[in-house]
Ligand binder design. Structure first.
Ligand code: ZN
Length: 93
């Protein structure tokens, strides 16, 4: 697990939460074009050259599903994990 500070002005354009860090279970450091999942609302975005976030449009999502099914599976797995964690957290409060 590696967490990297990205851009302090980066926000998820869906839930408007500041996302100034990214965590990878493969110790990867984010760079332009990399895909990330919002920890708060699970919107799938990609990093631009300044590590700001742009949500994937339907075409881009379909492209990943067609061209890289393993990556798409990983994204879906990450979304499920985040939802489970957030449901668990809600029950604790
Ligand atoms: Zn979000």
């Amino acid at each position: 697990m590696k967490t990297t500070r990205t851009n302090e002005s980066a926000i998820c354009k869906s839930c408007l939460t500041v996302l100034d860090a990214a965590t990878s279970d493969e110790n990867a450091v984010p760079s332009e074009g990399d895909i990330t999942v919002c920890f708060y609302c699970t919107t799938v975005s990609k990093f631009d050259s300044e590590l700001m976030l742009e949500p994937l449009n339907e075409f881009e999502q379909k492209q990943i599903q067609d061209d890289d099914p393993a990556m798409w599976g990983k994204i879906q797995h990450t979304i499920r994990q985040i939802k489970l964690f957030n449901d668990y957290k809600k029950k604790q409060n």
